[in-house]
Design a protein around this ligand. Structure first.
Ligand code: NOJ
Length: 740
């Protein structure tokens, strides 16, 4: 495929490319220190076995221990890294062997999945994305980094920046949703939070952008499935959050499990070398996903282990996670001239570079004194509560059922998720402990201690039994108001957790209907790792609060919102469909030649369901009302290298302070290739006192208005653009401008 360097570019495109590459460097957090001479010296001393050893990562035990065989492997220089080994004492024990007993004393790098918290667990990434608040997301990552590093972990396998347009795919829970712009800002925020400006600091870790690439495009939403994605869609939808991570200085990447356009991501020279190394100048290393090198045989692109090792290393996978084919076959491949020493040296250089940047040669050990002070301290727990509250999305609130009155006498708390500690934490729990989690029952007891809480589970999350319904109905009848917590279990999303139905599992909807029939006022609290098809609830339930899996402090944060101590301001980072048949359904789709028209049969729609989603991307309500008006553009036309300032007034019309996320979308009306009907290009979450008005400004320029043309060159084409601003992707006010 084309590499953009080799093409003669027209003027507009050249200007834009210069602009983009300039911004790439200025937005890098810091120019990393130069360790190349030290790396050269080490490479000269290393045997081939020691080199291959640096490229090997092995798994520890689930409890954080290393495995007995690691001791000898480390001693002989045959292991460069582990995953899951954690805790200052355990990591120090293994590290001591590496830096005192191995010949070259090269330190180990300890990796771990610190996805949304280490011990203090924050909302799942999809929930954090619903904050639409990069500063909050950066803070969460920064706390996770401080806890992890104190426990001897140097490297997190996060952020997961896969764009996901299919909620059947369980891993949608681990990313920032469907939008490349929101995804890019949050990728940058997470990299900054984890790494800071210098990840050798005692409270930082090196980050890993994963899963490179298009893993979220799995056919039919089935995890690990095949992907077919055009280069344009890769560049416009799936690549941008990865590029944002590179621009923020991310140290590592993880190659994905999926095959992409016929070439597995873990043997894909185009994505790993041509794009990542050559075009984007990424100088860190790529680790394979768990056994994804070995899996090249099952993919059918390698006939045996040696071929799999060669394909992955040659394509640009520097470190092998768990399978051991580089080490088993590297020497023979070299002898047979199927692999060059240069390729191996380059991979080793990249791994060593990150170890140097982490400061591991100078300071290989974790400080046990830091461990107890840094982990799960009260400041971290308070931050988890605050960020969790910011991630909640109010989907419905008829006649202001919410917020509830604090002087309430009795509350029925119903549902299988109302008091489930394990499920609060979501699918990746790091070193989080269920016993740390505040459930909704805990949160309510603390929030309204005087109220009588009639708790009834009602049913399990996923069973066909309804023998708890009678008790739940009784609890509802005996109470002034009802809160029902329903949704998915934590393990129904995340890896290997695809679903073909997005309905509430088991008998939960019937439980809600039974409570509904009592006529009591009630609120539905949803906990889930993906959009659900909640049509009945949307039509019939008075209020719905989407809470994802809100983490250690989830129950307290939900109580803060239910009783109005926090006014909800989160917005959906992903579209909620009406049924599975609508999938993939995303806001930034193409117009088609026959856009949907209710009065014309021969247009793009369904016979049996609306073409529109149940809740659009960007949607979320508040306890107050906002108006967005007075859309102004700084000019009616700009040049291709110019800038446009877009501004609106946002006003709080209601009686209490609240947050609105002002969202800006653009549309390129006619171009040489079809363009999405709208694309998010700016947003700001603003807090307004009752009655307050603020002017919000956005800047549009080359980086926001360009696209990849038919020759796969990036640039802006002259012509008309629409600008749309509003509180979600559907309620928008519009203006037009032209690029000359
Ligand atoms: C497999 C998952 O796909 C990846 O996200 C994770 O980082 C590794 N396992 C390591 O646990």
């Amino acid at each position: 495929m084309n590499s953009i360097k080799s093409i003669r570019l027209p003027l507009v495109f050249v200007v834009v490319l210069l602009f983009l590459s300039a911004s790439t460097f200025s937005s890098r957090s810091q120019q990393p220190k130069d360790f190349e001479k030290q790396i050269d010296a080490l490479l000269r001393k290393m045997t081939l076995a020691e080199k291959l050893g640096q490229l090997q990562q092995l798994d520890g035990e689930a409890n954080g221990n290393f495995r007995p065989e690691h001791l000898e492997l480390v001693r002989q220089g045959s292991l460069g890294s582990t995953l899951n080994v954690r805790g200052a004492q355990k990591t120090n024990e293994l590290q001591r062997i590496a830096v005192t007993a191995s010949r070259l004393k090269i330190p180990l790098i300890f990796g771990f999945d610190v996805i949304h918290g280490y011990r203090t667990v924050f909302p799942i990434p999809l929930g954090e994305a619903a904050t639409w608040d990069p500063a909050a997301v950066e803070r969460s990552a920064s706390i996770a980094a401080a806890e992890a590093r104190a426990a001897g972990v140097h490297w997190t396998f996060a952020p997961m920046v896969d764009i996901a347009r299919d909620p059947r795919w369980g891993r949608i829970a681990e990313g920032s949703g469907e939008d490349p712009y929101l995804g890019s800002l949050l990728a940058r925020a997470r990299v900054r939070g984890f790494q800071g400006t210098d990840y050798s600091a005692p409270d930082k870790v090196v980050a890993c952008a994963k899963h490179w690439v298009a893993y979220g495009a799995a056919e039919a939403g089935r995890d690990y499935n095949t992907t077919e994605v055009s280069e344009r869609t890769l560049r416009e939808v799936y690549f941008p959050p990865f590029k944002a991570a590179v621009d923020a200085g991310v140290g590592t990447f993880m190659s994905a499990f999926n095959d992409l356009n016929g070439v597995p991501a873990s043997a894909n020279h185009f994505t790993l070398t041509e794009v990542l190394r050559d075009e984007w100048k990424f100088d860190g290393f790529v680790v394979s996903d768990y056994t994804s090198v070995e899996e090249l045989m099952k993919h059918g692109v390698a006939a045996n282990e040696a071929e799999a090792a060669r394909a992955a290393l040659d394509a640009g996978v520097d470190m092998e996670m768990v399978s051991r084919l580089y080490n088993k076959h590297g020497e023979q491949l070299l002898k047979d001239r199927k692999l060059s020493l240069k390729t191996i040296d380059e991979a080793v250089r990249r791994v060593l570079r990150i170890k140097f940047r982490l400061g591991l040669f100078a300071k290989p050990y974790a400080d046990p004194a830091r461990e107890s002070a840094a982990i799960f301290n009260s400041a971290n727990v308070a931050a988890a509560r605050e960020i969790a509250a910011r991630s909640l999305v109010l989907l419905k609130n008829d006649r202001n059922v919410l917020p509830l009155d604090k002087p309430v006498r009795s509350i029925a708390l119903i549902g299988p998720l109302a008091d489930s500690k394990t499920n609060m934490l979501g699918s990746w729990t790091g070193d989080g402990k269920p016993e740390d989690a505040a459930t909704l029952l805990v949160g309510l007891k603390a929030k309204v201690p005087q109220a009588k809480i009639n708790y009834a589970k009602g049913c399990d999350i996923n069973s066909d039994k309804d023998d708890g319904f009678a008790e739940a109905v009784r609890a509802a009848k005996e109470s002034d108001v009802v809160i029902i917590a329903v949704g998915e279990s934590a393990e129904m999303s995340g890896e290997a957790a695809s679903r073909s139905s997005l309905d509430l599992p088991g008998r939960q909807l019937e439980l809600v209907k039974a409570v509904h029939a009592t006529g009591k006022p009630y609120v539905v609290v949803l906990m889930n790792g993906r959009p659900l098809t909640i049509n009945w609830l949307t039509e019939n339930s008075p209020a719905i609060l989407e809470t994802w899996f809100a983490g250690t402090q989830g129950g307290n944060a939900i109580a803060d919102v239910l009783f109005g101590d926090v006014n909800p301001g989160g917005k959906l980072p992903v579209t909620f469909p009406r049924n599975v048949g609508q999938i993939p359904l995303y806001y930034n789709h193409k117009n088609t030649g026959r856009p949907p028209d209710a009065n014309n049969k021969y247009t793009s729609k369904y016979l049996d369901v609306d073409w529109k989603p149940l809740f659009p991307f960007g949607f979320g309500l508040s306890y107050t009302r906002f108006e967005i008006a007075n859309l102004k553009l700084s000019a009616p036309r700009i040049s291709a290298s110019g800038q446009l300032i877009v501004s609106v007034d946002v006003r709080n019309l209601g009686p209490r302070a609240g947050d609105e996320v002002v969202q800006l979308y653009i549309r390129d009306v006619a171009a040489s290739v079809t363009r999405p009907v709208k694309e998010l290009k700016g947003f700001q979450r603003v807090t307004l006192a009752a009655g307050e008005t603020k002017r919000v400004e956005f800047v549009l320029g080359a980086a926001q208005l360009g696209f990849w043309n038919q020759q796969m060159r990036y640039g802006i084409e002259p012509g008309e653009f629409m600008v749309m601003v509003g509180p979600n992707s559907e309620q928008l006010i519009e203006a037009k401008f032209a690029v000359e």
